[in-house]
Design a protein around this ligand. Sequence first.
Ligand SMILES: Cc1cc2nc3c(=O)[nH]c(=O)nc-3n(C[C@H](O)[C@H](O)[C@H](O)COP(=O)(O)O)c2cc1C
Length: 391
Amino acid sequence: MLRYLTAGESHGQALMGILEGLPSGISLRSQYLQQHMRRRKLGYGRGNRQKIEDDHVDILCGVRHGKTLGAPIGLLIHNKDWKNWQQIMAVDPVPGPVKRQVGVPRPGHADLVGGIKYDHADMRNVLERSSARETAMRVALGTIARRFLEELGIHIASRVTQIGAVADPTPLNVPIDQLNAAVDERPLRCLGTEAETAMIAAIDEARTTGNTLGGIFEVYAVGVPVALGSYSQWDRRLEGALGEAFLSMNAIKGVELGIGFEAGRVFGSEAHDEMAPGDSPLQVRYLSNRAGGITGGMSTGQPIVMRAAMKPIATLMRPLDSVNAHTGEAAKAHIERSDTCAVPAAAVICEALMALVLAEAILDKFGADSMRELKPRIKAWVKKTRPTGEA
Ligand SMILES: Cc1cc2nc3c(=O)[nH]c(=O)nc-3n(C[C@H](O)[C@H](O)[C@H](O)COP(=O)(O)O)c2cc1C
């Protein structure tokens, strides 16, 4: 029902995106998009590329006078860096040897297998599209989904909880709909200031030693209606769609819902969410939210809580051992301008992906062509089913 596509190379002219299936009548301003694009650029440990790009999004179609039309929405982000790559990334053949070819794959990146798969001797052809630059467009598309959800009272936020070996033990002590305001201006989007200082030191150490770092972050959604998704078919399970979305993101290697892997280590009495009577027989009061807001493939109406692990950046300034793909000889991996750590950005990107999944699930359950049609349906459903006294 809701579908999207992106196109574009990291140093190509532009990134393109199309989002189709959102109803008409969602209020949307260019300024709102820009605000969220900026959030993806932030975070201590990022490389120089972020200083070059402004990630300005042109809304080309599908929005008129501040409202979505119900038509496909087309977006464009110009790569400012393209001016330095016009010859290297030219559409038409260029005279002379092509500069900045990639012949030695980076361990942990798509270079080698991508080159084998698409028969590219120059792995620049792989690097350009497998780069996380593409996620700028996914954030733009997801931000429109976020705007849609906000009009329905659903808010998405995230925070970083670990960088390398340094964990932030701070519990979530801010309401989810105020969390981004609390962490967005912090260097690592972290709630614990002491832990954040130690994380910054770890990133500095990685940078000075030519190394990189990954980390862990949490993404939350609050205000989610009961019973999005379904138990009735494998591909309608809500956590399946969220897991796929998160794992579709570059460098995300682990995903948890609620207490996640901990559920495999404890007794049932410590894993499940007990219920107590609420306002009506169907509106129970959950005494905890260990399930992370989804049970049996469906939202429970409690906040959705997901956690994801991002591996360290694959391009190291002190490059790892690799093999020259042309000669077969041992060689040091290719070096490309890179981030040292991009975990705060990854959290923001996963917010956008969660927004796209939840928007799709809303439309699947309540299906409507306009906001005027949709809002009363959701309102009536929420009134009937919202759990009371959310944990
Ligand atoms: C926000 C973000 C920024 C990234 N920046 C870089 C980077 O500068 N250099 C790099 O080698 N990898 C970077 N990555 C990771 C690679 O895109 C990723 O490791 C690569 O596409 C291989 O895919 P895989 O890790 O999912 O297997 C970044 C990932 C994200 C999410």
